[in-house]
Design a protein around this ligand. Structure first.
Ligand code: NPG
Length: 365
């Protein structure tokens, strides 16, 4: 029986600054949901950032949303599926919902002795790892950083781009590391439809995809862009639900989708989007939001579904953290193992969490 829920705030340092078109991060604020049951506990990690730069959600807002509107949906025996149904009366707030869903899933799967991979219908026991490379101060630095990740064994490189740091960066990486390198770019919504001719200059580099070139709301603009460039368009920020995914595919806004459970409200919705894409032969891959091992574990289970045919941003813990809050995920031959133990999340190590914890609020049912 669920007795209560804790919300735990923490902060973890990044091994190196991570620069994207929407800002630079040197640490990551964390928010965990911990469901307390008589027999087990369930953990979920909220993927929102401290500031609303990637999406409209942010950590302090998610905490308030969870406390005021989402916890009332949780009773002593509430399953993740029931929570998802009840939470439909709250609009949006995908990252807040996903964090609660993950904690409930973790609890119920531990009680049932089932892994998230099994629950979702995973077909792989390890997943290919890609790495996301932040915008660097110079092309020399970029080449050095990419070379380091390739030496680590990463199987695919994603370069963050923005206007002024795009074509020449991609040219340098392609010419240094060769045509066989699996390479893609991510603009985090930094361009407009007027940049179509500029973005078409990326076509000569045989990229796997261009991720989210235009603003989140401009799904229709991506249709025009998709006609003007040969490189496949992949949507991330724009895809907040199954319905948006179906519409985007119907109108030709994208031909690949990045699935992030936090962005779409959880794993149950992620699976629906996966199934839709599998049915239509649309490749998907699993994004990342600088998760600690808590959320990374669950992402790996999702990435093990059969439609995830492209390597994801499922990097090892060491890509971001000197010391993860959990036992770290370690790269082996460019892959990460899919967790097989019961539950959805890997739980924090008490000593690690203690070093990182900022505050904790308890809510009794
Ligand atoms: O590997 O966990 C990871 C991060 C991969 O680049 C990555 N994430 O836009 O996809 C993204 C980006 C991101 C990071 C977005 C932090 C929002 C916050």
């Amino acid at each position: 029986m669920i007795r209560g829920i804790e919300l735990i705030d923490a902060r973890i340092d990044l091994v190196s600054p991570f620069r994207t078109s929407f800002g630079t991060q040197t640490y990551r604020d964390l928010l965990f949901v911990r469901v307390l049951d008589d027999d087990v506990e369930g953990w979920g990690e909220c993927v929102a950032m401290s500031e609303p730069g990637y999406s409209s959600e942010y950590i302090d807002g998610c905490r308030a949303m969870i406390e005021r509107f989402l916890l009332p949906f949780v009773g002593p025996q509430t399953s993740a599926e029931q929570f998802v149904e009840r939470a439909k009366e709250v609009r949006g707030n995908y990252m807040a919902k996903a964090a609660v869903e993950a904690a409930l899933l973790d609890r119920q799967l531990r009680l049932a002795g089932q892994s998230l991979a099994e629950y979702l219908g995973a077909t792989k026991d390890r997943v290919a790892s890609g790495v996301s490379v932040g915008i660097q101060s110079s092309i020399d630095e970029l080449i050095k950083v990419v070379g380091g990740y390739l030496a680590d064994g990463y199987l695919r490189i994603k370069l963050k781009i923005e206007p002024g740091a795009d074509i020449e960066q991609v040219r340098a990486v392609r010419s240094t590391f060769g045509d066989d390198l699996l390479l893609q770019v991510d603009a985090n919504a930094a361009y407009s439809v007027g940049d179509a001719a500029h973005l078409a200059k990326l076509d000569e580099f045989d990229l796997l995809l261009i991720e989210q070139p235009l603003p989140e709301e401009d799904v229709v603009g991506h249709v025009d862009l998709a006609r003007a460039v040969r490189t496949p368009i992949c949507l991330d920020e724009s895809i907040t639900s199954y319905e948006v995914a179906r519409g985007a595919l119907d109108i030709g806004a994208c031909s690949i989708i990045n699935i992030k459970p936090g962005r779409v409200g959880g794993f149950i919705e992620s699976k629906r989007i996966h199934d839709l894409c599998l049915d239509r032969g649309v490749p998907v891959w699993c994004g990342g939001m600088l998760e600690t091992g808590v959320g990374r574990a669950a992402n790996l289970a999702l990435a093990a579904l059969p439609g995830f045919t492209l390597p994801g941003d499922t990097s090892a813990s060491s890509r971001y953290f000197a010391e993860d809050v959990t036992e770290p995920f370690v790269l082996e031959g460019g892959h990460l193992g899919v967790p097989t133990e019961p539950g959805a999340s890997r739980h924090p190590l008490a000593a690690q969490l203690e070093k990182m914890e900022v505050r904790r609020t308890s809510h009794h049912l």
